[in-house]
Design a protein around this ligand. Structure first.
Ligand code: NAP
Ligand code: G4F
Length: 385
């Protein structure tokens, strides 16, 4: 019999990579998709099968983590061996705007899954992965952070995830569920949501060099993150559920980098050297030199000429908009993945340079397509955020 996995958040970054990974391993994957006014299956389009095919390895169900009946019915119908709870309102800044919704989805949503398993008497049949987060460490108590570092959440998102973390531990201890937390540090990819900082930078850069945008407005560039590649991190999720005993694991690279340095590295991949001057909201990132060969190779000769004339009038391509600041910030995250290294045998394949170069290349392709459409007289979207 094929193993059955249920993924909440299958239309998100991690859900899409995990679904692909599990299907390759021979799983039948069920996913929960929210109803939306536009189709929202771009990230899993390559895996999507015609619902009229009888034997499919990807089956989608309409659902929502705020609806316990719906969650319970889906679990009852598909009887999964493994549940990966990845569904969440996952944007930290947005959680300050919609705190109650975030608590309901990210906190109580986890409880709904755990209770459904108890109610359906499936505790000996199913293993649960809870998408916990390094945001739990917030105002960090120590550097680097391990499984034993105390939590100090700094946003409604992190507070909701704190509840989800502990309710997962509680159901494991109280009822013997095979339920584990992966405390994942930031992980990115070419399919990362456009408003997270990594993707915002690589998209903004691609638009700037192609003349689709003049300036990239940033928030706090002094914060530091331990960034990895989502493709590496979804493997850790799988490994966590293959362990005989449930447990909690930090998944991180062990390297931390300033947002400002991420920006600098991304621009360097297309041959643009940036320097920064000024403080806080008066800080700017300006072009100090352009390597023609790299720029032409990555972008084009035509755009090199245009970009050079643009920087003669205004070399400041990065500016700060305090509107992107958070009421409470997480200044530094750095994970110690020793336990995952030893117990799961997990090690990331990507380093930060590999991640950034893949993201930059991918967004250049995307924006070249946009530019082509624009030149042909077709409408393109701005996606201001
Ligand atoms: P993502 O791209 O934002 O995807 C989130 C997914 O959750 C989407 O499929 C979204 O559906 C779904 N969702 C949102 N609200 C829902 C609701 N009420 N009911 C059901 N589904 C809902 O996030 P990600 O980066 O893949 O992250 C996956 C999980 O890991 C999240 O729980 C996140 O909090 C956590 N995490 C992420 C990171 C990271 O660096 N990426 C690090 C640590 C933990 P729509 O497509 O319809 O919006
Ligand atoms: O990319 P971010 O929005 O990610 P953040 O807040 O670290 O959260 C992500 O990682 C968590 C794991 O630690 C996940 F749990 C969570 O779901 C999400 O995936 O911001 C990273 C840093 C922050 O310090 C932010 O203030 O970048 C800073 N930043 C500076 N300018 C910006 C911007 N962040 C965004 N989104 N947009 C900016 O313009």
């Amino acid at each position: 019999m094929d193993k059955i996995a249920l993924i909440t958040g299958i239309t998100g970054q991690d859900g899409a990579y995990l679904a692909e990974f599990l299907i390759r391993k021979g799983y039948v994957v069920h996913g929960i998709k929210r109803r939306s006014s536009l189709l929202n299956t771009d990230r899993i389009d390559h895996l999507y099968q015609d619902p009229h095919i009888e034997k499919r390895d990807l089956i989608l169900h309409y659902g929502d983590l705020s609806d316990s009946m719906n969650i319970t019915r889906i679990i009852q119908e598909c009887r999964p061996d493994e549940i990966y709870n990845l569904g969440a309102m996952s944007h930290v800044k947005v959680s300050f705007d919609i705190p109650e919704y975030t608590a309901n989805t990210d906190g109580i949503g986890t409880l709904r899954i755990l209770e459904a398993i108890r109610l359906l008497d499936m505790k000996d049949h199913v293993r649960i992965y809870q998408a916990s987060t390094s945001e739990l460490y917030g105002l960090v108590r120590e550097v680097p952070q391990t499984e034993n570092t105390p939590f100090y959440p700094r946003s409604p998102y992190a507070c909701a995830k704190l509840y989800a973390y502990w309710i997962t531990v509680n159901y494991r201890e109280a009822y013997g569920l095979h339920a584990s937390n992966g405390i994942l540090f930031n992980h990115e990819s070419p399919i990362r949501g456009e408003t997270f900082v990594s993707r915002k930078i690589t998209r903004g850069l691609a638009r700037i060099v192609l003349g689709l945008q003049d300036t990239l407005f940033m928030g706090n560039m002094s914060s530091k993150r331990d960034w990895g590649h989502a493709k590496d991190y979804i493997k850790a999720m799988y490994l966590i559920l293959q362990q005989e005993k449930p447990d909690d694991y930090v998944i991180a690279t062990g390297v931390t980098t300033e947002v400002r340095e991420f920006v600098r590295k991304a621009f360097a991949f297309v041959g643009i050297e940036l320097s920064f001057k000024g403080e806080k909201e008066n800080e700017t990132g300006y072009v100090t030199s352009v390597n023609d060969k790299i720029f032409i190779e990555k972008v084009s000769h035509e755009h090199l000429t245009k970009f050079k004339s643009r920087i003669l009038t205004d070399p400041n391509v990065i500016k700060v908009d305090p509107g992107y600041y958070r009421p409470t910030e997480v200044e530094i995250l750095l994970g110690d993945p020793s336990k995952a290294n030893e117990k799961l045998g997990w090690k990331p394949k990507y380093d930060l340079n590999g991640l950034i170069s893949e993201m930059v290349d991918s967004d250049l392709v995307l924006m070249k397509k946009e530019n082509y459409l624009r030149k042909g007289g077709y409408k393109i979207l701005n996606y201001f955020e």
